[in-house]
Write a new protein. Structure first.
Lengths: 256, 256
């Protein structure tokens, strides 16, 4: 059974995962980060030790590596303690870990995390993968303490989930951002969009997104769309996004 | 004071507005639609008369014209009864109505409507504009019975709100749709995305979208992004959307 955990990384995901582990009664014994400032900040929150050296990791049952994807392999290479090691990345195959460890896996919470925003872990899908049945059982047991939605997901499927998450979260948020910037530039409040944003996300809880679609692009209403493109004339990037997404909506709706 | 209302149109907005008016104790006396089927369907729900002829409109205090934008002017031209006439469109200037009526205005509820989905009108921003103070007071009184968020908004600002709504609702929903299609094609459930979608829309209730952004495009993580582009190789349109939005996110995040 996993009880003592070392966290490698102090970013958004590591921060929120650390807090959730602590709330669920697990012992986060140590936080590692490259910079002392980040390591200490998270260690203070979790009331545990910290280090900036991968040679000084504490003994533990699980080492959770949650660093930027392009830093992952160089970090893995430096971990010498004997324990189960997991990463938390959406698009990195589990097999990468087999080069460095005997017992390993993936612990991928499918959610968007920011340092300053608390999240309720209980509904977050946690996607697991493991080097053996024994490790998988341990990870299931751990994940089950955080969330009621624990899934075994192969690396290929996880990568696809991550890609779908880029569309349904990062790209969605960018559309919010463009709306916000556009209104701010003209002195209008983004608050006016909030009931619409809530309803748009609520709608797809029980309708398929393709059936929930509305707006001028559905019927390629050129009069309206040309007025919108005029408003975007000074902003070629937003104009390109408007045209590309409108055409894509039209094609999708008319090939149903 | 407005009590008796004629609804011109039986689409998504007319349907939900008609129901909300009825719930608030107003008399929807008649529904017009081009097709008998649509007119009768909504009239049945609202328990009122219907017609497919604009020559047979009933006497009323307000005529609400809620038809497709490109059909609007030809409908307006045929309305002969003497009453206050409003349209409900985001991007059509109020002045269009001055060609045909003495008392007129705009009644624009900023929301996404589908026929089969009930909405809570009480939080929907209703954007009003009117030909005179007297008409404006009447519309404010009416809108106040439906919603606690009633705003006087000039045509130019309304058009901008509508454009922002295309980004924050229609384009957002299209990103959901792409995620849904992508997962369905590989036999994965869109339900896995739902906690993420909820959190993404909840986050911006108290964070600015620019500060809520996460994901590989923020730091232009090319290793991950190339893996995603590989998965999109068979779908050039999704690939274009991925590239354009990722570049736009990167630029936005790095010009903060």
């Amino acid at each position: 059974m996993i009880q003592r955990i070392v966290l490698i990384g102090a970013g958004n995901l590591a921060t929120q995962l650390g807090k959730a582990l602590k709330r669920s009664g697990l012992d986060v014994v140590q936080v590692y980060s490259r910079t002392k400032e980040a390591a200490k900040a998270l260690a203070d929150v979790l009331e545990c030790k910290f280090t900036t050296s991968l040679d000084e990791l504490q003994p533990c049952d699980l080492c959770v590596v949650s660093v930027k994807d392009d830093a992952l392999e160089s970090v893995l290479r430096q971990i010498r303690i004997r324990t189960t090691v997991v990463h938390t990345a959406g698009s990195i195959p589990m097999e990468l870990l087999s080069r460095y460890f005997k017992d390993f896996g993936v612990f991928y919470p499918l959610q968007t995390f920011s340092k300053q925003r608390e999240v309720d872990f209980s509904t977050i899908p946690i996607c697991l993968e493991a080097s053996s049945e024994v490790v998988l059982e341990d990870l299931k047991d751990l994940a089950g303490k955080l969330s009621s939605c624990v899934q075994t997901i192969h690396s290929d499927e996880r990568r696809l989930l991550h890609l779908a998450a880029v569309f349904t979260c990062n790209f969605v948020n960018h559309c919010y951002q463009i709306g916000d910037a556009m209104l701010e530039e003209r002195g209008l409040s983004f608050d006016l969009m909030k009931p619409l944003i809530q309803e748009t996300s609520q709608k797809i809880m029980d309708m398929k997104p393709i059936d929930a679609q509305t707006g001028p692009a559905v019927r390629m209403d050129e009069t309206i769309m040309n007025k919108h493109l005029e408003l975007l004339a000074d902003h070629p990037e937003r104009k390109n996004i408007y045209q590309l997404l409108s055409e894509s909506i039209y094609k999708t709706q008319n090939n149903k």
